[in-house]
Design a protein around this ligand. Structure first.
Ligand code: KIV
Ligand code: ZN
Length: 385
């Protein structure tokens, strides 16, 4: 089974979500939980971006010993110096440096020629290798870059000392097939590619971040970058919990797994949601409130008979206590009777039928029938427990 490294950027790209600002204490709390979750790398921030970010990267690097801590730097000496100052106390200091490689970014944002971009990337990697034992280099907007140019610059930065090469789909533009093929192309065309680990970093603008990350794995990538709950710039990053659970549940297909303690997923997700204030949509895969909730009668009946009829993931696997049967207008007699029993009532068949009819009438008027609604019904109908 192939091991996939998980690079968590909740505290860097995730914190770039509009409206999110984590203080030092909150960042330390999330970093500790990420260590418990057993991610391989924590990207703790962007040290040159502010004094606050510098301090949090430094304190996280000094505190976390169970995994590698990294910080982001542009291709400048001052950014790399700030990153080294922040990270040097860490168990395994690693630099994450990047420069944009797409024609759009080079022309309009950097205002540099392709040759200038190569020179800048090589110089920064060479400079960083004086301090850092591990350097990750990212080609920002790689998925909209020219493949021949990517091949050239990647060869040069590997020669300069980069040991992880990240190919971001910065604007969430790639499709799984296209994105996967970039990795195959690079493996076939960059002569020194076997010296490095390839990494995927996907954004969710078209809702394909997780699919693109999984496609990258099928094309030989050994590191996946993303965030908890998929938070991040614009529509966010790949949800790490989705990637990890997809690999676990479909081991037969991907033949790859992460080292994550999957049972820590729910706790990590809740903490990130609470501290960032970013509410998790109820239908979000793995961690949403409804991810293990069954509402329709047919599904409830199936799950009550045998869970695997409609549950491909057991809630316990990801740290959720149990599934739930939500009583609503689509619910059937089986789940209804079960809930009545759970509430302490033993009803004859005839009584169940009578109360079930009243329940259905009420359910047509309400989105969800709570235990209190049921108890009121039973009391009104003078049913005794
Ligand atoms: O999306 C992106 O390109 C990034 C880089 C800085 C790696 O976050
Ligand atoms: Zn990003």
């Amino acid at each position: 089974m192939q091991k996939i490294n998980i690079f968590d950027t909740t505290l860097r790209d995730g914190e770039q979500s509009a409206g999110v600002n984590l203080n030092l204490h909150e960042k330390l709390e999330i970093a500790k939980q990420l260590e418990r979750l057993n991610v391989d790398v924590i990207e703790a921030g962007f040290p040159a971006s502010s004094e606050g970010d510098f301090q949090s990267v430094k304190q996280i690097a000094d505190m976390i010993k169970g995994c590698s801590v990294t910080g982001l730097a542009r291709s400048t000496k001052s950014d790399i110096d700030a990153a080294w100052e922040a990270l040097k106390g860490g168990a395994e200091p690693r630099l994450h440096t990047f420069i944009a490689t797409s024609p759009i970014h080079m022309t309009y944002k950097l205002k540099q020629s392709p040759d200038q971009v190569i020179a800048s990337a090589v110089e920064s990697v060479k400079y960083a290798s004086k301090f850092f034992p591990i350097i990750q280099w990212s080609a920002e907007d790689a998925s909209r870059s020219d493949l021949a140019f990517l091949t050239k610059i990647i060869k040069e930065v590997i020669d300069a000392g980069a040991r992880v090469i990240n190919i971001p789909d910065t604007v969430g533009y790639g499709t799984p097939e296209e994105y996967g093929k970039i990795f195959t192309y690079l493996q076939e065309n960059v002569p020194n590619i076997d010296k490095v680990i390839l990494s995927a970093h996907c954004h969710d603008d078209l809702g394909m971040a997780v699919s693109n990350s999984l496609a990258a794995i099928e094309h030989g990538v050994l590191q996946i970058e993303g965030t908890i709950n998929g938070i991040g710039e614009r529509a966010g990053n790949a949800s790490l919990e989705e990637v990890a659970v997809a690999l676990h549940i479909r081991q037969d297909y991907y033949k790859a797994k992460t080292r994550l303690r999957l049972g820590e997923i729910k706790r990590t997700s809740d903490l990130v949601s609470k501290l960032t204030g970013m509410i998790i949509p109820p239908n979000k895969a793995i961690i949403g409130k409804n991810a293990f909730a069954h509402e329709s009668g047919i599904h409830q009946d199936g799950v009550l008979k045998e869970k695997t009829t409609y549950e491909i993931i057991s809630p316990e696997l990801v740290g959720v206590k149990s599934n739930s049967m939500v009583l609503g207008k689509h619910s059937g007699r089986h789940a209804f009777r079960n809930r009545i029993i759970e509430l302490g009532y033993t009803l004859e068949d005839e009584e169940v039928n009578r109360i079930f009819k009243l329940f259905k009438t009420l359910a047509d008027k309400k989105k969800e029938i709570t235990d209190d609604d049921l108890l009121t019904l039973l009391v009104d109908e003078k049913v005794t427990s």
